[in-house]
Design a protein around this ligand. Structure first.
Ligand SMILES: NC(=O)c1ccc[n+]([C@@H]2O[C@H](COP(=O)([O-])OP(=O)(O)OC[C@H]3O[C@@H](n4cnc5c(N)ncnc54)[C@H](OP(=O)(O)O)[C@@H]3O)[C@@H](O)[C@H]2O)c1
Length: 232
């Protein structure tokens, strides 16, 4: 399979590159020019298209011939970076390509997610200071996901919990809604988030779903079949 990773130079992107290469996939990465050096350790094992991830021309060139596209949606700046990135992928990916996008638990597809007071406060405060400093626009990540949800493409939006670094624990568990008991621990290793994104490319049960994920060895996951379920 040939896959494109959009936002390849970030932490999640680099883990996704490694997982995709481990599966024997051909990998094309897109990242900003000033970040190409971050991909040095993959030299010779992947190709890189440098440019802004919301540039339709950059995305069109990168996704050509790819059966899968993995996109890191980031709400940086006030120029609709996340929604521009999502739109470019929706517009230019091959017609039958599997499209997998990353975001956080704060994104809701159907409004049935139940958020803790802490998470609601974090999103409110983060959103306020992000807009104040003009560094982060959480509303644009919401807009990006709304466009994906409205699309008839073969998409999956993977909603990450709080993240930790560290060795893999196994493929995360997922549930339809934040607030479901299995997700209560709200922790996932970043490498496992990336592995879930890559695995979603070949998992048709996740098409047009927005799984919220949690580490398979966290207490809430273990209480619901955890590591055993992830291993099966
Ligand atoms: N961080 C968390 O705790 C957390 C929790 C849940 C879900 N998530 C989701 O996980 C995904 C990855 O998040 P992450 O925090 O782990 O970040 P990350 O993987 O390190 O990725 C950050 C991305 O943002 C790009 N970026 C940084 N500054 C930028 C700027 N000024 N303009 C444009 N792009 C810029 C980076 O590109 P360069 O390499 O070019 O700088 C990189 O591609 C996101 O979809 C996020 O919503 C994160």
């Amino acid at each position: 399979m040939k896959v494109c990773i959009i936002g390849a130079s970030g932490k999640l992107g680099q883990y996704m590159i490694q997982h995709a290469l481990d599966r024997g996939y051909e990998v094309v990465g897109v990242c900003r020019s000033q970040s190409v050096h971050k991909l040095g350790r993959f030299a010779g094992r992947m190709s890189v298209v440098d440019g802004q991830t919301d540039d339709p021309d950059v995305v069109r060139r990168a996704v050509k011939g790819c059966q899968g596209v993995l996109t890191v949606l980031v709400p940086w700046g006030m120029q609709n970076y996340a929604s521009g990135t999502a739109q470019a992928v929706l517009d230019h990916a091959e017609p039958d390509a599997r499209l997998v996008f990353s975001c956080g638990w704060h994104i809701t597809r159907d409004g049935k997610d139940v958020y803790s007071t802490g998470l609601k406060a974090l999103v409110r405060v983060g959103g306020f200071f992000g807009r104040l400093t003009r560094l982060v626009d959480l509303d644009d990540q919401v807009e990006a996901c709304d466009r994906i949800f409205a699309s008839d493409r073969a998409w999956t939006v993977v909603r990450g919990s709080d993240l930790d670094e560290g060795e893999s624990e196994g493929l995360p568990l997922w549930s339809e809604h934040v607030g479901d008991p299995v997700l209560a621990s709200n922790r996932t290793r970043r490498t496992d988030f990336a592995a879930f994104m890559v695995a979603a490319l070949s998992d048709d049960t996740l098409v047009r779903k927005a799984p919220a994920i949690v580490g398979c060895r966290t207490p809430s996951a273990l209480a619901h079949g955890g590591a055993a379920a992830a291993a099966s």
